[in-house]
Design a protein around this ligand. Structure first.
Ligand SMILES: [Zn+2]
Length: 443
């Protein structure tokens, strides 16, 4: 089947020259972009993009989808990271397979409506029979490109760790499940819809051995590595006290640097760590709203980008954002760098680049994140004729003004959002079920 996107008012390609076209058309065949030009004809389906800014689909590099069931939890609303975790762990311990599936559908639908076509997820607790497969099924239903990571926690309270013992797993069983998941779901091919990663939760919830073994396993299997790193001052203090070094050194010692690794947050990286990440091409998932919400600080994104560190954006889990709107996250990234470094520290176009091409680079997806011939047809179409952007002079209005909800969204050439509504799942019914599950958890 051939589709045509016709008459895009502005097309922000994010290609190698970051070219911008007006009144442009895009031809899509077999999930890929095959032609970009003007006056294209001959298609089975035409999508009218008059009055729209068209961008590559946005890429989310850090999330905990299950947390959509614990937004705005009292007791977790105003706490720092460690206190916040200790409030939420007992609630998460009551989750099971249905909670994982429904909360993932909600989180994925929310992302899709905000322009996201490719997202990673970090699931690091598996109570009551929950499995990573539950979230993979949710992503397949909705039709999003998905990079789930097999998270894990192994150091419980009784061993001096932060999580309750009920939420930690045996380290051999964790590695075994990683192998099972990679063998069952990981697709390394161009255009892949599912890629599995290996992702112990954080240096403060697993052992040094598991960090090292996870890196060996990921390299053996050719999959990527992901974890939380250097999130706030407590995190740095823990590293210095328990490991006798800063997080960057700990990561490097255990094989956790390289182009196949990306770390969430990195708010507290120092100059030496930034150089290490740049030299090793280690990626960063910057999560500005979560960093604001938990008072963690302002990540040195300007310095990272100037040094050449690959940076993408992440909404982070909905227990610490509490929204999962990725285009709003890009605006927040732009604003936060300006708070730290001045009004010329990050342009709207640079923030749009980070949330598309930047994220695709961090996730090892050169086939995504840009609108160019031969790339996958992951495309977001934004109607800029509405009240939010009425009177705007430039497509940068997408971040400076709005909208924050996409009009149409294509993933692998398939329309997942049409006229502002998800087409692939019965979203009102899923919301109803999510509400019922949240009420049960409150009880
Ligand atoms: Zn996180």
């Amino acid at each position: 089947m051939t589709s045509l996107i016709k008459n895009a008012s502005t097309l922000l390609t994010m290609d190698t020259t970051q070219s911008e076209l007006t009144n442009a058309d895009i031809r899509i065949e077999h999930g890929a972009i095959t032609e970009i030009g003007h006056g294209l004809t001959g298609a089975d389906e035409t999508i009218d993009a008059r009055g729209c800014v068209v961008t590559p689909g946005l890429v989310n590099t850090h999330h905990h989808l299950y947390q959509t069931l614990t937004r705005a939890v009292p007791g977790g609303q105003d706490a720092l990271l460690f206190g916040w975790l200790q409030t939420l762990y007992p609630i998460w311990a009551r989750f099971g397979p249905e909670e994982m599936f429904i909360s993932a559908q909600i989180g994925l639908a929310e992302l899709a409506l905000s322009g996201c076509t490719l997202t990673s997820d970090h699931l690091y607790l598996y109570p009551n029979g929950a499995r990573l497969d539950d979230t993979i099924a949710a992503a397949q239903d909705i039709g999003m490109r998905f990079h789930p990571t097999r998270g894990a926690m192994s150091i419980g309270e009784s061993d001096g760790g932060l999580p309750p013992d009920a939420l930690v797993e045996d380290e051999a069983a964790i590695l075994e499940d990683c192998i099972r998941l990679i063998d069952a779901h990981h697709d390394a091919s161009d255009g892949s819809m599912v890629r599995v990663g290996v992702a112990p939760c954080s240096p403060f919830s697993v052992s040094r051995d598991l960090m090292r073994d996870a890196a060996l396993l990921a390299r053996d299997k050719g999959v990527m590595l992901h974890t939380h790193l250097a999130e706030n001052d407590e995190d740095i203090a823990y590293s210095l006290e328990k490991f006798g070094c800063r997080p960057g050194q700990y990561a490097e010692d255990l094989g956790w640097t390289g182009p196949d690794v990306w770390h969430a947050h990195c708010v507290k990286l120092d100059g030496h760590e930034i150089d290490l990440f740049a030299k090793s091409r280690t990626g960063v998932a910057h999560c500005p709203c979560s960093n604001c919400r938990l008072g963690s600080g302002i990540a040195p994104v300007r310095a990272m980008r100037d040094a050449g560190v690959p940076v993408g954006l992440g909404v982070d889990g909905s227990a610490s954002n509490d929204a999962g709107n990725l285009v709003a996250e890009a605006r927040q990234a732009m604003l936060l760098q300006r708070v730290a470094n001045g009004a010329n520290a990050m342009s709207a176009r640079e923030a749009l680049f980070i949330v598309t091409r930047g994220g695709a680079d961090v996730l090892g997806r050169p086939d995504c994140g840009q609108i160019a011939v031969g790339k996958r047809a992951d495309i977001a179409i934004w109607d800029v004729t509405g009240v939010e952007s009425a009177g705007s002079w430039d497509p940068a209005a997408l971040l400076l003004a709005g909208p924050t909800r996409v009009k149409h969204l294509l993933v692998e050439g398939r329309q997942v959002v049409r006229d502002g509504h998800v087409t692939t799942i019965d979203l009102p019914r899923v919301i109803e079920r999510q509400t019922a599950l949240a009420q049960r958890l409150m009880g």
